[in-house]
Design a protein around this ligand. Structure first.
Ligand code: DGJ
Length: 537
């Protein structure tokens, strides 16, 4: 497989060079999220763009570490890399800014022919404020953390601290101004505002400022968003009862981030998003506790109302169970929210969710912690992550990467279906209109498969027309048959062509027939893309 991958890697790299970034630094249109009939696309260079991405470790966006980031990204064949921008680095003294590291990120991304999603590690990073510059850490009186119900300190910034908000507005605005000035070619296509904002360990802030706001009337846009009677004049407790603390904190954090995002967007209107430390998708109440205040699924309407400058709320999906994973995809794929997975598990068993996300309408997907910077405890001097760990992701990224623009359009148009293997290894039947496709998982002669040792089987089908499909996948067998009014009728393949998209056109390299089609279409460990034409007889 390595050989096939490597050979393909070269071909794909050449393709990516032509499509990932405009050659010269001319003014390209500003990227945007567009919605149409409840579906979404991220528009880059005027066309739908699919983020085939990966995120490096938290402390890897330093010039000294980047040489350990790029080889992993290059091997994967990503078209977009997610990297943090550290507040403590860009503003070492109040109102003195240093964008040299940001400039390095842009320059190196361009060399590697990839786009960037920058992550603003500002007021919140995983619920804490550890990326505040040292001069802020020295002034807890001005830039306070929260206190809990008992008045004890919580390691999470208060969203009611006005000096901190002003400082974040200033720093983020400067960052966006800088990007506007130095990135005419739109290497940066989106910006994440904060990182997993919210609070671990307290449902809300109980500081005097927070208490005052909690006792005030709930704003009318929040009443509307949560389906409560308008202009009730009632406070949070009277309006939301047992949910009041949590809803108030979500509103407080969202409102703060809205001020930061709106200021940045007024300068340079890139798509902005907030990532989420998820609540269990099936959990009803607030116990066991999770990170309160962030855009967990139960408070999405509050976030949408309080933070209109945020284009989308993006789930960081670390769910291991496939039902839970899919439930999260469904919760964040909403007519008012473009689905984007900015963090997820990168190991082999989770690659299949890339296809599940696309079938849910995702504009992109990016596993977390992809670089060779950390060392393994059990292999002295060797990186914890190696090519072999990335092989499965590379396989799917390379297959989809050759047709990323096409896939982005098919996703936007609702033409993509996916079959992924779950813990039961059970077959999946895809409804394709006039046809259905039964997908069995595993690799065996004559397609007589009974599941893979690990749940890694995955198939993606895009409908080009009622009888014509693009099919790609791994470790699975796909059998078509007529459905609906044609069910039970004889049928045959008109053709099964293997090939690649080049400049928007499918270029076949061979035709599958005989053993390659008589027992269904067998996908093993190669990044194959098929154009399948079917006919009833
Ligand atoms: C989620 C965070 O958003 C990331 O920055 C990182 O801390 C990961 N968790 C660690 O698994």
């Amino acid at each position: 497989m390595r050989m096939i991958l490597n050979e393909l890697g070269l071909a794909v790299a050449a393709l990516t060079m032509m499509t990932a970034a405009p050659a010269a630094a001319q003014q390209a249109p500003i990227p945007a999220i567009v919605a149409d009939k409840g579906r979404h696309a991220l528009i880059v260079d005027g066309e739908p763009f699919l983020v085939i991405g990966a995120q490096a470790h938290n402390s890897s966006a330093w010039p000294a570490v980047l040489p350990k980031v790029w080889p992993a990204m290059d091997y994967l064949g990503v078209n977009t890399v997610e990297l943090p921008v550290y507040w403590e680095q860009i503003e070492p003294a109040p109102n003195r800014f240093d964008f040299s590291v940001v400039d390095t990120l842009l320059a190196q991304a361009r060399e590697h022919k990839v786009r960037l999603v920058l992550l603003w590690f500002g007021t919140w990073k995983n619920g804490s404020a550890h990326y505040r510059p040292a001069w802020m850490k020295a002034r807890p009186d001005l830039y306070p953390n929260m206190v809990d119900r008992q008045g004890a300190p919580v390691d999470s910034p208060s969203p009611h601290a006005s000096a901190a908000l002003e400082a974040d507005v200033r720093a983020f605005s400067r960052l966006m101004r800088h990007l506007k000035n130095v990135d005419a070619q739109r290497t940066v296509i989106m910006v994440q505002v904060q990182n997993e904002p919210g609070t671990w360990g307290s449902v809300r802030d109980f500081s005097p400022a927070a208490e005052r706001a909690f006792r005030a009337a709930v704003p009318s846009d929040i009443l509307r968003a949560t389906g409560r009677p308008a202009a009730s004049g009632r406070n949070w407790r009277a309006t939301f009862g047992p949910d009041a603390d949590e809803f108030f904190h979500a509103w407080s954090v969202a409102r703060y981030i809205e001020r930061v995002a709106a200021a940045g967007k007024a300068i340079y209107p890139l798509p902005l998003y907030v990532n989420v430390a998820l609540k269990d998708p099936f959990q009803k109440g607030s116990t066991p506790p999770y990170e309160f205040g962030g855009p967990t699924h139960n408070v999405i309407p509050i976030w949408k109302a309080a933070a209109p400058s945020i284009d989308l709320l993006a789930p960081d999906i670390y769910q291991r169970d496939s039902k839970a994973y899919r439930a999260v995809l469904a919760q964040y794929a909403r007519p008012d929210n473009a689905l984007f997975v900015p963090e997820t598990i990168g190991s082999a068993d989770y690659v299949r969710f890339f296809y599940a996300a696309l079938a849910h309408g995702a504009i992109g997907f990016a596993p977390f912690g992809i670089d060779y910077s950390q060392y393994a405890a059990d292999r002295q001097g060797e990186p914890r992550m190696r090519e072999v760990d990335l092989e499965q992701l590379a396989l799917s990224y390379r297959a989809i990467g050759t047709m990323a623009r096409e896939v982005a359009k098919w996703v936007r148009d609702g033409k993509v279906r996916a079959a992924i293997e779950d813990e039961t290894k059970a077959a999946v039947t895809l409804d394709l209109g006039r046809w259905s496709a039964e997908v069995n998982f595993g690799v065996a002669p004559r397609g007589n498969v009974t599941g893979n040792d690990r749940p890694i089987g995955r198939v993606l089908v895009a409908s080009l027309s009622p009888d014509e499909f693009i099919v790609t996948g791994n470790y699975a067998n796909v059998r078509f048959k007529p459905a609906g009014r044609g069910a039970g009728r004889a049928w045959e393949f008109v053709s099964v062509e293997e090939g690649w998209y080049v400049d928007g056109t499918f270029r076949p390299s061979r035709i599958w027939n005989g053993d390659e089609t008589d027992w269904g279409l067998n996908f093993s460990s190669a990044p194959e893309v098929l154009r399948v034409r079917l006919a009833v007889r």
